[in-house]
Ligand binder design. Structure first.
Ligand code: FAQ
Length: 304
């Protein structure tokens, strides 16, 4: 007799696309994986706008490669979601008409070159902390996509750190620019981990199903503990006067996160929400001829 869904979860093995699974498990995965995929492709925008303005050929090549990786991550993730019985078209429609979300973090502006460093260090850094446990997610295709994505995110994080380090050890104006970018991205990057555990509607069920392995607050704390010593090496200050080591807890204590800002951004009222969505819809419409040409080519090859 084949193993049931519960047997597979209890044995810490992987659920594969053809296995029986509860509808709610399927729906939760579609929601999370689609949201993750949408974040990758919307996440190309804040950095994409700097490709033409990178300060050197080397920096331009690195940034171009990073943004291309993000498109690739979107593709692996849409592919993983498709194994659950939804099409990429349906998912993109749900993004474009607001039925599905993308990460709050991509609704903030990137006014200076130093924002490229802060995104790499903090946003990719937070993404890694959140995603490494997803390599052990109970759904096989998502877990496997995460392995490759995490390797690439590590490179992204290193390049951001190195970029910020260079600025922080440059002229006083460059150091100021690096500090201001860190001031802009620190709090929004803490919000990437989702609402506090008490308000996280999906965590308990997702942890029981071994989709999530740790709570939002646990991962947020892990990220803070990692970032504080890195900021010291950079010579930059994290914009939270309440950050201090708590020997009793073995962690850094931190100040209050402004959850009203998080809620505003999720409700569509962040600094860049309207612009990000308008750009995404325009890019989709502009790409219609490519999709039509690819379908026509595939149909011709099939008929040949
Ligand atoms: N933004 O019950 P929970 C990247 C929503 S990294 C927007 O705690 P869950 C790499 C949530 O959907 C960024 N919405 O939810 C990159 C739910 O809404 P609903 C992407 C958020 O799912 C770097 C409600 O709040 N990474 O792209 C956010 O158990 C640089 C209640 O929340 C992933 O998506 C948020 N931050 O836990 C690319 C990782 N947080 O559906 C380019 C995979 C929560 O009830 C450049 N996802 N919400 O209306 C996850 O690990 C989880 O989905 C969490 C949220 C942890 C994000």
């Amino acid at each position: 007799m084949s193993a049931t869904f519960d047997d597979i979860i209890d044995a810490d093995e992987r659920i594969e696309p053809r296995d029986d699974m509860p509808d709610a498990y399927r729906r939760t995965l579609i929601r999370q994986i689609a949201q993750h995929a949408h974040s990758e492709i919307i996440g190309m925008q804040p950095e994409g706008s700097w490709i033409t303005r990178a300060p050197s050929l080397k920096r331009k090549a690195i940034l171009l490669a990073k943004v291309q990786d993000e498109a690739g991550h979107g593709l692996y993730l849409y592919g993983a979601a498709e194994t659950l019985g939804v099409s990429r078209d349906e998912l993109l429609d749900a993004l474009h008409d607001g039925r599905q979300r993308y990460s709050s973090i991509f609704n903030y502006p990137t006014p200076t070159w130093a924002d490229m460093g802060a995104i790499g260090w903090l946003v990719d850094g937070a993404a890694i902390v959140n995603q490494v446990p997803l390599c052990r997610c109970s759904y096989g295709p998502y877990a496997r996509a995460m392995v490759r994505i995490c390797k690439e995110e590590s490179f992204h994080q290193r390049q951001g750190y190195e970029l910020l380090y260079t600025l922080a050890h440059g002229t006083p104006a460059q150091k100021r620019m690096a500090q201001e970018a860190v001031d802009r991205w620190w709090w929004p990057s803490l919000m990437m981990f989702g609402p506090p555990d008490g308000e996280s509607t999906h965590s308990a069920q997702s942890m029981a199903w071994k989709i999530k392995r740790h709570s939002n607050d646990e991962l947020r704390q892990r990220f803070i503990d990692m970032a504080v010593p890195q900021a010291e090496i950079l010579g930059l200050t994290l914009p939270d006067p309440d950050l201090r080591w708590n020997p009793g807890r073995g962690h850094y204590d931190h100040g209050e996160i402004d959850w009203s800002e998080f809620k505003r951004v999720l409700a569509g009222d962040g600094p860049m929400n309207a612009q990000r969505m308008a750009h995404r819809r325009r890019a989709h419409e502009d790409g219609a001829w490519v999709r039509a040409a690819a379908s026509a080519y595939a149909a011709r090859e099939e008929g040949a």
